[in-house]
Design a protein around this ligand. Structure first.
Ligand SMILES: *[C@@H]1O[C@H](CO)[C@@H](O)[C@H](O)[C@H]1NC(C)=O
Ligand SMILES: *[C@@H]1O[C@H](CO)[C@@H](O)[C@H](O)[C@H]1NC(C)=O
Length: 340
């Protein structure tokens, strides 16, 4: 019996320390790592501007998205897809649900208020690569423009990002941060939302417990002030299924970014999708340092999103002709978009 124990205690301390070191090394530098900025720049430049839309590839991914997530029907919460009394499970909480009572049910539109299919759509991420891109006009030329998280559209940015908006997402946390949860003056919120004209305001009201109240406040505020915007609540079943869809394709993050949710919806809702400002690196294609957003350099909280992994997926969609990813400046010769 004793013989068994002895050899184990004799393992040299040096060897076990080495083993721990190797394990740490593998943990910090896993064999698979998402592409770095330089590899990506080389890849983008090598691919060049010879992009062509591929109907077959688009139809194939659209079918996959329709099968898993049914964006046309489930994109937002409506009276049709969420009956009174339903127990709605939140997608961002562990086992938490809300029973839809009369008061909440009455906030839902009968059906998703978009004409389907939408023709040309621009999905605008907020990446610093948009700064000095002069893409504003091209973005606005789409029939339907989707923007993320109440981005500033003031005059200084219009040339680069445009101003047309049909859908803008709002994260409940910025209602708290920028507008004191609408508990005090609501006027500054109403003023700032004017930039989005007749847009729908898309809020994940049923994803996290904390997000519900601010989302409902936004709804009531806009209703009370009689603004031109309408509020749509993200359907947690849609978000959950889109999350699974991308997880199966190798995006390992706690939660997808709003941008990828919107691109996924657009691929299903729109005939043609062009995306702007999706570039999660700190340098542009010329190696020039850029800010994180086109309007500021606030870095994201780490450990929630997996931006480079998401980017690889979007880049793959670009390469296969499913959508067009605009990374270069929108120069004159590039602007008359030939659609095939
Ligand atoms: C378009 O995509 C399909 C399916 O992904 C592929 O088989 C086909 O070769 C592509 N066509 C062109 C012209 O690239
Ligand atoms: C709604 O839009 C119209 C025309 O676009 C504008 O005249 C009006 O001031 C807007 N109302 C509000 C409350 O912003």
């Amino acid at each position: 019996m004793r013989m068994w124990l002895c050899p184990r205690t004799r393992v040299p301390v040096g060897a076990s320390a080495l083993a721990v070191l190797v394990l740490c090394w593998i943990y910090i530098y896993p064999v698979y790592r998402p592409a770095g900025h330089q590899e990506m720049v080389r890849e983008v430049l090598d691919f060049g501007s010879g992009w062509r839309r591929n109907r077959t590839a688009l139809d194939s991914i659209r079918k996959q998205l329709d099968d898993c997530c049914d964006p046309v029907r489930l994109f937002s919460v409506t009276k049709q897809n969420t009956p009174l009394g339903e127990n709605m499970w939140f997608d961002g909480e562990f086992l938490y649900s809300l029973t839809i009572d009369n008061a909440v049910y009455n906030l839902f539109p009968q059906d998703t208020p978009f004409k389907h299919p939408l023709k040309k759509c621009s999905v605008v991420g907020n990446g610093g690569i948009l700064k000095n891109s002069r893409c504003g006009e091209q973005i606005d030329r789409a029939d339907f423009v989707i923007r993320c998280n109440l981005p500033p559209l003031s005059r200084e940015y219009t040339e680069d990002v445009g101003s047309k908006t049909q859908l803008v997402t709002v994260n409940p946390s910025i209602i708290d941060k920028r507008f004191q949860n609408l508990l005090w003056s609501r006027r500054s919120f109403v003023e700032s939302i004017k930039a989005y004209k007749q847009s729908s305001i898309y809020m994940p009201a049923f994803s996290t417990k904390r997000g519900t109240e601010p989302s409902l406040r936004v709804y009531y505020t806009l209703a009370d002030f009689g603004t031109n915007q309408t509020v749509l609540f993200a359907n947690p079943n849609f978000l959950r299924n889109v999350g699974k869809f991308w997880k199966n394709k190798g995006v390992h993050s706690k939660r997808l970014s709003t941008g990828l949710f919107m691109v996924s919806a657009a691929l299903s809702l729109c005939e043609e999708v062009t995306i702007y400002g999706f570039w999660p690196f700190q340098m542009d294609l010329n190696g020039k340092s850029i800010s994180h957003h086109y309007y500021d350099n606030t870095l994201p909280v780490t450990g929630i999103h997996a931006m480079p992994e998401e980017f690889i997926q979007l880049w793959f969609l670009h390469k296969s002709g499913v959508l067009k990813m605009q990374l270069a400046q929108c120069t004159e010769e590039a602007s008359p978009q030939k659609s095939q």
